[in-house]
Ligand binder design. Structure first.
Ligand SMILES: Cc1ncc(COP(=O)(O)O)c(C=O)c1O
Length: 391
């Protein structure tokens, strides 16, 4: 840890745990101590650490072909793109690597769609976003963050974004005008503390976007791919966005894979040379992500998340008034507000780590629980017992 402190930029404040191996929902540190991973790489490890089918796909691909660039076509590309497009119910997919790149892709596509299809005057496009958002760390994305840590000192900022309160449909109605090309929101705000919008908000946004001729772009990078008990968090509200933005779990916890998925009318606006990435859609990424899509098509992980999530929320709910102020979330995803009179979220995570549970604080006294979807019921019960014990 001292070496890491000495040789890296201090852009993270990790818990004092040095992990050297992992399997399923558990990780092991360099001293052999085991921890239940209740963060799961911010939901990048929905299928657990080293899921056998994903590791096998990676190994097989490593032995055949790892990188071509998009200058050439490779034999894993179409299979992945078709599989993901079908999972999303969309015509087309554009693969990238990190979540932020996929969000940037969505912004560029929405702007070009605005100019070419909607007829917005050139360079006048606006995108409506929500306060408390987290969409990544690029200069454009932090331009519309409302978190001072993410934003301050990184200006000048990219124009073209309007921020409205999350969950407030009237504010969104007021913000939309003839220059609006897209609404970009998280169906549940993860980084902000697993904030679930009021019932009816997402269908309201959907209807508004349809009426106004605005693209509904759902950032499902953290909420999607089984985390909430359905394939997408939008499914919970019966909502289909115009564009899905995906990442994290798409790479199976092995390689960074992100993507946007949308219909021809939207994603079809891009022409060669206008957007791309050397590593986006590489053979290794496609081989692993194809397997991820296959796991999701079974529906098993979504079912597990829904069933175990109900158990998790019931158990956590019983702690409200006993050290917890509130619990939010859906499926195997919970934002837990600890009574700040007891301890900070950081202190809670340090104490949980001592007891063998890894979680991560966000914003003061909130901690986030998002175990891999392969976690066993008894393990989940045990994790909540550890939380009760530290409270
Ligand atoms: C909703 C959401 N969007 C985008 C991102 C950015 O993803 P990445 O860190 O892979 O760039 C994150 C990461 O936490 C996220 O939660």
């Amino acid at each position: 840890m001292a070496e890491a402190e000495r040789w890296t930029a201090h852009n993270y404040h990790p818990l004092p745990v040095v992990i050297s191996s992992a399997e399923g929902a558990w990780v092991t540190d360099i001293d052999g101590k085991r921890y239940l991973d209740c963060l799961a790489g911010y939901s990048a490890l929905n299928f657990g650490h080293r899921h056998p089918a994903l590791v096998a796909a990676a190994h097989a691909q490593l032995d055949r072909l790892t990188l071509t660039s998009r200058a050439f076509v490779h034999d894993q590309f179409a299979t992945f793109c078709r599989g993901l497009a079908e999972l999303c119910g969309k015509d087309l997919v554009l693969p990238m690597n990190t979540g932020a790149e996929a969000v940037e892709t969505a912004i560029k596509v929405a702007r070009k769609w605005g100019y070419k299809i909607k007829g917005v005057p050139h360079d006048k496009a606006t995108i409506v976003v929500a306060a408390g958002n987290f969409h990544g760390r690029t200069t454009t994305i932090v331009s519309f963050s409302t978190d001072p840590d993410a934003r301050a000192d990184f200006g000048p900022y990219t124009p073209g974004f309007k921020v409205v309160p999350y969950g407030d449909l009237d504010a969104m109605v007021a913000a939309i005008d003839e220059t609006t090309v897209a609404v970009l929101i998280e169906p549940i705000q993860g980084e902000q503390g697993v904030i679930v919008p009021p019932a009816g908000y997402l269908p309201g946004v959907r209807a508004l976007c349809s009426t106004e001729g605005v693209l509904f772009v759902a950032d499902e990078i953290q909420s999607g791919l089984g985390r909430t008990g359905t394939t997408f968090a939008c499914d919970d509200e019966g909502v289909v966005p115009d564009m899905y933005v995906l990442g994290k779990a798409l790479g199976g916890g092995i390689v960074p894979v992100s993507a946007v998925a949308a219909d021809q009318e939207v994603l079809g606006v891009l022409r060669p040379g206008e957007h791309g990435s050397t590593f986006g859609g590489n053979p290794l990424a496609c081989a692993v992500a194809t397997e991820v899509v296959g796991l999701l098509k079974t529906g098993d992980f979504q079912r597990r998340s829904a069933e175990l999530g109900a158990r998790l929320h019931a158990d956590l709910g019983a702690l409200v008034g006993h050290g917890l102020l509130a619990v939010r979330g859906r499926g195997l995803w919970a934002g837990v507000d600890i009574d700040p009179a007891l301890m900070t979220g950081r202190e809670a995570c340090e104490r949980l780590a001592q007891r063998g549970v890894l979680a991560k604080d966000t914003h003061g006294s909130t901690i986030r629980l998002a175990p891999p979807l392969v976690v066993e019921p008894a393990e989940l019960d045990w994790a909540v017992e550890q939380l009760a014990a530290i409270l």
